[in-house]
Design a protein around this ligand. Structure first.
Ligand SMILES: *Cc1c(COP(=O)(O)O)cnc(C)c1O
Length: 462
């Protein structure tokens, strides 16, 4: 299995190098050259299997010879052993034909743990075998950072630096990043917003001298390994609702487009997915683009769903690559236009995007109202991101097709919004009840590439 860049000019790589490098050297994102297929019988065989068994079947065709079957099964087992629910991704019913996929039972209470815990295992295995080490730098709107730190803390072969927007993450999110005591963990608060963090990270990847000197690796959702691990729960949930003998739709609270793109991959592999619905908050560049064809950046407005406060949605590039019939030069051209503020998707490409994706947008007031309604009428305490998904799904779903909305974070991660809507303050699970007593360790830095690179070089533990 080879991976190619969405911008068409970086060398193709195998799974392990794709995972360890993150971003392609032409600035593009890696995607599999061909999509492995699972037949209806293959999918039917997943009925009644454990999450780990389904994970193995779904991901195995993508990893080539990176790991033996035995090692890969073992990495999967270790990745999910620390989850607080035996089903890993349990499905609960909200109403007639509407289901909630709870993806927040991992160690940092957001769906990011599904990919990050596995990536941590795969990095350690591959780097130990190679006798190598890397510097992981990640940008976060809140949840990726804590999930990455949790996955890589204390590993010998890795330093992990996380850039988060100063003052724009929740207290729980910040403390999950600033309180780990391991020397290889470095939290950096940037004076800027999430898009600034992500832009500086991309600058580091495109600064080859720095990239090679520190052996830079990325675990943002631009890393193919992240997307791959998320494909699994589309299968596990659809199978438990009757796939492949019944079509299922999904609504996904979306920011960087990684999670919903994993759903698209599941569909391309043969899972009968009817609709993939992108749910956005006030920062609605994706909804605007899917409605009008114009992908035009605006400034980011902070909301009560901070993990979706994004205007440049990195993984959308992967969707564009397929929509433009895998023409890397065309995608590179769009990304150049984006630097100047935006681009227009061609009519043909819009057709392809509309074949796969629908979208909806939810205001702050509607989000709070949905949290209240879910508590009163569905028996579920939702985090604001999940509430945005449920609201869009309720507005758009077709009663003939089961709808699964992805619950992307635990309500206790965003207690202020939940309390405002319901009067209830969701407690943190027992294992992190002392989070607010732990000492914080963080460096605040300017939104400046030189400053960041110097800081990182000085602090690598090696
Ligand atoms: C990351 C995140 C999202 C957005 O996911 P993408 O893959 O970036 O689209 C939504 N909700 C929560 C809670 C998140 O942490």
């Amino acid at each position: 299995m080879q991976y190619i860049s969405t911008r068409g000019s970086a060398p193709a790589l195998g799974f392990e190098d794709t995972m360890l490098s993150g971003l392609a050297r032409d600035g593009g994102l890696y995607v599999p050259e061909t999509i492995p297929q699972l037949s209806p019988d293959d999918i039917r065989a997943m009925h009644g299997q454990s999450y780990e068994d389904i994970a193995f079947r779904v991901m195995r065709p993508f990893i080539g010879d990176a790991f033996t079957d035995e090692v890969f099964a073992d990495l999967i087992a270790k990745a999910y052993a620390g989850f607080g629910h035996d089903a890993r991704a349990p499905l609960v019913q909200l109403g007639n034909g509407h289901f909630l996929l709870e993806l927040f039972h991992g160690p940092t209470l957001a769906f990011k743990d599904f990919a990050m815990q596995l990536i941590g295992q795969m990095f350690e295995e591959a780097l130990t075998r190679r006798g190598d080490r890397v510097t992981i730098v990640g940008a976060t709107s809140g949840d990726t950072g804590s999930a990455a730190i949790e996955a890589f803390r204390g590993l010998d072969a890795v330093d992990v630096f996380i850039l988060f927007p100063h003052g724009r993450v929740s207290d729980v999110q910040r403390r999950q990043m600033t309180t780990p005591v391991e020397d290889n963990v470095h939290a950096i608060a940037i004076d800027g917003d999430f898009d600034d963090c992500q832009a500086r990270l991309k600058d580091m990847f495109n600064h080859f001298e720095f990239r090679d000197a520190v052996r830079l690796a990325g675990v943002n959702s631009i890393n193919w390994g992240r997307v791959l691990a998320q494909v699994v729960y589309y299968f596990s949930s659809a199978v438990s609702l009757g796939a492949p003998d019944r079509k299922i739709s999904f609504t996904v609270p979306t920011g960087n487009f990684g999670d919903i793109f994993a759903g698209y991959i599941a569909k391309r592999m043969g899972l009968p997915i009817d609709r993939l619905v992108v749910a956005t908050n006030h920062n609605d560049i994706l909804h605007r683009c899917l409605s009008t064809g114009g992908y035009v950046t605006d400034s980011v407005t902070p909301t009560i769903s901070p993990s979706m406060d994004i205007q440049v949605s990195s993984n959308f590039e992967r969707a564009l690559f397929d929509a433009y019939d895998r023409d890397g030069a065309a995608v590179a051209q769009l990304m150049d236009e984006l630097k100047a503020g935006g681009f227009h998707v061609s009519q043909g490409a819009m057709q392809v995007l509309r074949d796969h994706y629908d979208s909806g947008r939810v205001s702050e007031d509607q989000t709070l109202a949905m949290i209240t309604q879910a508590q009163d009428h569905m028996g579920e305490l939702l985090c604001p991101h999940s509430a945005i998904g449920v609201a869009v799904a309720e507005a758009q779903r077709d009663p003939a097709t089961p709808m699964v909305t992805l619950a992307t974070a635990h309500p206790a991660k965003f207690p202020d919004a939940v309390q405002k809507a319901t009067g209830l303050r969701p407690p943190l699970p027992e294992r992190m009840a002392d989070l607010f007593d732990r000492t914080e360790r963080v460096t605040r830095l300017a939104n400046d590439l030189d400053t960041l690179e110097t800081h990182i070089k000085d602090r690598i533990t090696s």
